[in-house]
Design a protein around this ligand. Structure first.
Ligand code: GRF
Length: 209
């Protein structure tokens, strides 16, 4: 990636990770900027945050397409129209299909220490299992559910009185900082993937395949 890397960020909810990326990219030295925000549903705070920051938005709802394959193709075409260097799935609650995964490097974030507790309820599942340490994972997305090569992880302790909400909020504080740090470093330094091992740095451009 050269100059300010172009980010398309995908959201499905409150968009606090998106907000952290928007805030970071206000500083040109960050090395990346959000050029568009896409969602799979309307009426979410994530889209409001983008509009407030004067970033273009788009919505592709699965229900508006005759098949999942059509939705995948439409989403990829929308993303492509913004010519991203990197796509960031920041709380995007759909599995991305080959048209997107195959065309762009996609960074995904998950509120658990993968490979433990993948899927939509990573925080709830970790609590139910009784783990004492969980955390967050930033990874490259592949076609599976939270199975892509891991870029970075950070641990968060589970406290005795935690419920899903309190634990998720503490994880998200760490997750936002980690995501901003990793996306910025990928934009500024490039990255390589060898098998499942991702390395950031000493690269002129990103390479994810
Ligand atoms: C994050 O914890 C993300 O990992 C999970 O959903 C949360 C999204 O939070 N999939 P936000 O929409 O960025 O506030």
């Amino acid at each position: 990636m050269s100059k300010a890397g172009r980010l398309v960020v995908l959201v499905s909810g409150s968009g606090t990770n998106l907000q952290a990326l928007l805030d970071a990219s206000a500083d040109p030295s960050y090395g990346a900027r959000v050029v568009a925000v896409g969602a799979d549903r309307e009426g979410i705070a994530g889209l409001d945050r983008a509009e407030k920051a004067n970033v273009p938005t788009f919505v592709e709802k699965l229900a508006d397409h005759p098949s999942r394959a059509d939705w995948d193709a439409a989403l990829a075409a929308r993303i492509a129209s913004y010519e991203p260097d990197l796509v960031v799935a920041a709380g995007f609650m759909k599995i991305l299909g080959e048209p997107t995964i195959g065309a762009f490097p996609v960074v995904n974030t998950h509120p658990a220490l993968l490979p433990s507790f993948p899927g939509a309820h990573g925080v709830r599942d970790a609590l139910a299992h009784g783990v004492k340490v969980t955390g967050c994972t930033v990874m490259l997305a592949d076609s599976g559910v939270d199975t892509g090569p891991i870029i970075a992880q950070e641990a968060v302790s589970v406290l005795p009185d935690d419920d899903e909400e309190s634990l998720h909020e503490r994880i998200k504080t760490v997750e936002r900082r980690l995501l901003v740090d990793i996306v910025g470093r990928m934009a500024r330094e490039g990255w390589t993937v060898s098998g499942r091992v991702v390395r950031i740095g000493n690269q002129t451009g990103g390479e994810s395949k």
